[in-house]
Design a protein around this ligand. Structure first.
Ligand code: TXA
Ligand code: MG
Length: 547
């Protein structure tokens, strides 16, 4: 008998779901759904009933697919941590559909939204921006965050689900902890489709709940942005003359830092803040760590009154603070195969790699041979016989359209090219397959996780339709649902190495490079980034494309 799996419910015409802005007050005060297709409406109702019954629902957002639980139901949010294998100190982002819902989550005496947050909301909500607010019920004692990250997503199906369920939804990306984020329903299914269908067990293995943890996966096709939201902490920002005007971008994401800086500058202009009174935007991965005792050049301007220096504060070590989200310290976005990063000379004329002594860039074929040597050595180490060096290797290259790098590695007629090198004792044949990152940073963001997951290959999983499921667990039996699932998860072999062409850190490019660097290993953007990965092997190369 095949194992039970979670149903995928198709939600056709999601893009056409419309919302009427609130007639009075802010347009996002309490928008209402109009115009939704009957199938999508039916499937949203099923999903909402799962949420009300403490089950999880995977749903698309404009960034990545989320694994949603009712924020107000600790039994449900505990299942998110259990199903993902997520560390318990990593808080979840809460998704809301209205400002009214947002206010229900923050303390009664702090309902006033700051000018800078209002401007960011007006510019980027609905959209891929998460803002930290003071939490009504701080979940854990300090130093755990006493804040709650909230966003109003722009994906019409996500907004409709929150509106239909009339619940705030806590949702991390719908992947097992540490894996690349899913950008399609098939990705979610391949990762959680089987585990999510299991009954809920207690710590001694006893059955706590006969029903599956993950009620369903809503499918509205691929995500538009492809990397997660930008997380911003503006909780210390105030217009008070003695207050702090600091905004911290804790995680780069779908909204570019330059866009945020523009909005913030307009707020400063409007309020007449000049010189050192202007808001400092500090960005994790771009700016040096904040050093509370350092010169003004690297430290953000803090407007709060400083305590008088004391003997102990003078002699103590300066506090170097590099704030990010709790989640940023964990291993992330890692496919199960090695990932390499290439900086081509046509876009990086100067060596961008810190800790590199190489005066000259490597030729592409030298890099290919270097990677092959590493893989051959790793295979030899892992086989006891030590004689079974691989004769063939498959490389998956993610490169920009028609970039000199991809041209150098492509045959005129084909997107794959095979070359033979001497490696160790014998020859090795390398076939390089190319997937396009498109032309822009936005294209690269959309392709990044999708193509990493595709190059990694997918396991063979078959679906089973439960014939007599109760209403709340009802399956979609439409052929569209099943054929989509089956075709998307047919087994495909993975490549031996994923090789990614670097992009600029402009706009969403900063988030792309932060995710890529995590996948390569050895530190995020700007964190003393070296040429080596966590394995100690060279994982980053500066490549001469001859231009
Ligand atoms: O685009 C997104 O943000 C996606 C979709 C599903 O909305 N969600 C997402 O969630 O990426 P997750 O859990 O994979 O990442 C959330 C990040 C983590 O790094 C977490 O530490 C941080 O946000 N975070 C959440 N609440 C926080 C808080 N109160 N203070 C600081 N960081 C917080
Ligand atoms: Mg995640």
């Amino acid at each position: 008998m095949s194992a039970r799996t979670v149903p995928i419910l198709p939600c056709p015409e999601s893009a056409a779901i419309a919302f009427t802005p609130s007639a009075s007050g802010h347009p996002l005060e309490a928008p209402q759904i109009t115009n939704i297709s009957p199938t999508t409406q039916k499937h949203l109702r099923i999903a909402a009933s799962h949420l009300h019954a403490s089950r999880l629902v995977a749903f698309p957002t404009e960034t990545v697919y989320g694994l949603g639980a009712n924020t107000l139901d600790p039994t449900a949010t505990a299942k998110v941590y259990a199903l993902k294998g997520r560390p318990s100190d990593n808080p979840l982002i809460v998704h809301v559909s209205s400002l009214r819902m947002l206010r229900s989550l923050i303390p009664q005496d702090q309902q006033q939204i700051s000018d800078v947050y209002l401007a960011l909301i007006d510019s980027f909500w609905p959209g891929p921006l998460t803002l930290l607010f003071p939490a009504r019920n701080p979940p854990r004692p300090p130093p755990a965050p006493q804040t709650i990250g909230i966003r109003l997503p722009s994906h019409p199906l996500a907004r409709a689900l929150i509106t239909e369920a009339d619940l705030p939804i806590s949702a991390p990306s719908a992947n097992s902890s540490g894996r690349p984020s899913p950008t399609s329903a098939a990705h979610v299914f391949a990762d959680l489709g089987r585990k999510g269908a299991e009954p809920v067990l207690g710590s001694r293995g006893e059955v706590l709940d006969e029903t599956r943890m993950l009620g369903c996966i809503l499918d509205a096709g691929p995500c538009d942005v492809g990397v997660e939201s930008t997380v911003v902490d503006g909780t210390q920002w105030s217009t008070d003359p003695t207050g702090t005007r600091l905004l911290k971008v804790l995680r780069p994401g779908g909204v570019g830092v330059e866009q945020i800086e523009k909005v913030v500058a307009a707020v400063d202009d409007k309020l007449g803040f000049l010189g050192t009174d202007r808001t400092k935007v500090w960005v994790y991965g771009r700016d040096p760590p904040m050093d509370s005792s350092a010169s003004k050049a690297s430290a953000p301007v803090i407007h709060s009154p400083r305590p008088q220096s004391t003997a102990s504060s003078i002699t103590s070590q300066p506090e170097i603070h590099n704030p990010s989200t709790p989640g940023m310290k964990y291993k992330h976005y890692s496919p199960s195969i090695p990932v390499y990063l290439l900086y081509p000379t046509n876009t990086f004329p100067a060596n961008p790699l810190q800790h590199s002594t190489a005066a000259n860039p490597d030729k592409p074929e030298e890099v290919w041979k270097h990677i092959a040597d590493q893989l051959v050595a790793a295979r030899a180490d892992s086989t006891t016989a030590n004689t079974q060096s691989p004769r063939t290797l498959r490389f998956g290259l993610m490169a920009f359209n028609d970039s000199p790098l991809s041209s150098a590695l492509r045959t005129p007629a084909n997107d794959a090219r095979t070359v033979t090198y001497m490696c160790g004792e014998g020859t090795v044949e390398i076939t390089t397959e190319i997937k396009s990152l498109g032309r822009t940073e936005e294209d690269a963001a959309r392709a990044l996780f999708r193509d990493m997951l595709a190059f990694e290959g997918s396991p063979a999983i078959s679906t089973r339709v439960e014939a007599d499921a109760p209403e709340a667990l009802a399956e979609s039996t439409s052929s569209q649902s099943r054929s989509h699932t089956e075709s998307a998860i047919a087994a495909s072999p993975g490549v031996d190495a994923i090789i990614i062409e670097a992009c600029s850190e402009k706009g969403v490019g900063l988030a792309v490079m932060e995710r890529v660097n995590k996948a390569v290993g050895g530190g995020g953007t700007g964190e003393g980034l070296g040429i080596r990965g966590t394995s100690g092997q060279q994982k980053r190369f500066w490549v001469d494309t001859g231009m």
